[in-house]
Design a protein around this ligand. Structure first.
Ligand code: ACM
Length: 270
């Protein structure tokens, strides 16, 4: 399966341009699955509730999800991308999954970071996994399972573990990272759950109030053994795809005595 990161540098509020810029990058190469950053279409640093409400869109009927569906159909690919979702008078920091057949799913970020707590409601639905078809190197159509978590969800090991217990082979992880810890921490998330992780961050900076946020790039693809297959630069837009075998995430054995899932002892975890 060919899967990759699309590391962009969104301009705040320029939804159409930011989506077009992602489209331009995706049109340069083919993959079965691309992961874009958190809030890839709007930018990150909102300064009022009114602003986030104006930039949020319904899913799937809003223009960004519809635009992403067109991109996925044209490129015959799947896309996971973060955006601000308006629903029932609330705004969620969400990520949509779209593919050649159209809209597939929407995850609402459960663990909000810092000022996101002023703008967004926390996700109100449980973690879920989704089945994705892909072509093996021999040309057979196979299926993998992906889970979606967004940025700060990483610091709660329960996010990756829950998705693993639901059967995820790949964690798709749109991000807008400003602190340095996540890229290395995701190696442990992969190792402790034996899953792939595709963390896509953005680059650039935003200074929309007295604070400047610098986004750290370093989007990466990590294997179930915790090996970094690719890590993008800290400061440049980047698109990169690797060949992975999702089936390798299904073997949770460490040796003939130990299995990451079977050896859990949930009765002692209370
Ligand atoms: C983050 O959750 N955007 C750090």
């Amino acid at each position: 399966m060919k899967a990759g990161i699309v590391q962009t540098n969104p301009m705040f509020g320029e939804v159409r341009e930011n989506t077009e810029s992602a489209r331009g990058l995706i049109s340069t190469q083919h993959a079965d699955l691309w992961v874009l950053p958190e809030l890839f279409n709007t930018g990150y640093q909102f300064i009022s509730k009114k602003e986030v409400e104006e930039l949020a869109e319904p899913v799937p009927s809003g223009p960004t999800t519809q635009h992403l569906i067109q991109i996925a159909k044209t490129a015959q690919t799947h896309i996971v991308a973060g955006l601000a979702e308006s629903a029932g008078g609330q705004v969620f920091n969400s990520a949509v999954l779209v593919g050649p057949t159209g809209f597939m799913a929407c995850y609402r970020k459960i663990h909000l970071f810092y000022e996101e707590n002023r703008w967004f409601s926390p996700g109100d639905r449980p973690f879920q996994v989704y089945e994705l078809p892909y072509k093996s190197n021999k040309g057979d159509t196979l299926t993998c399972k992906i889970g979606i978590m967004i940025c700060f969800d990483w610091i709660f090991p329960e996010s990756a573990r829950t998705l693993t217990l639901l059967g995820a082979d790949i964690l798709c992880h749109p991000s807008n990272l400003v602190l340095p810890h996540c890229p290395q921490a995701m190696l442990t998330r992969c190792l402790e759950n034996r899953v792939y992780a595709i963390t896509t961050n953005r680059v650039g900076a935003e200074s929309r109030n007295t604070e400047t946020l610098h986004f750290i790039g370093q989007s990466q693809i990590v294997t179930p053994k915790g090996t970094i297959l690719f890590r993008a630069p800290e400061d440049q837009e980047s698109i990169h795809m690797v060949d992975i075998d999702p089936k390798t995430a299904r073997d949770k054995t460490i040796n003939s005595y130990n299995d990451l899932i079977k050896n859990r002892a949930p009765k002692f975890y209370r």
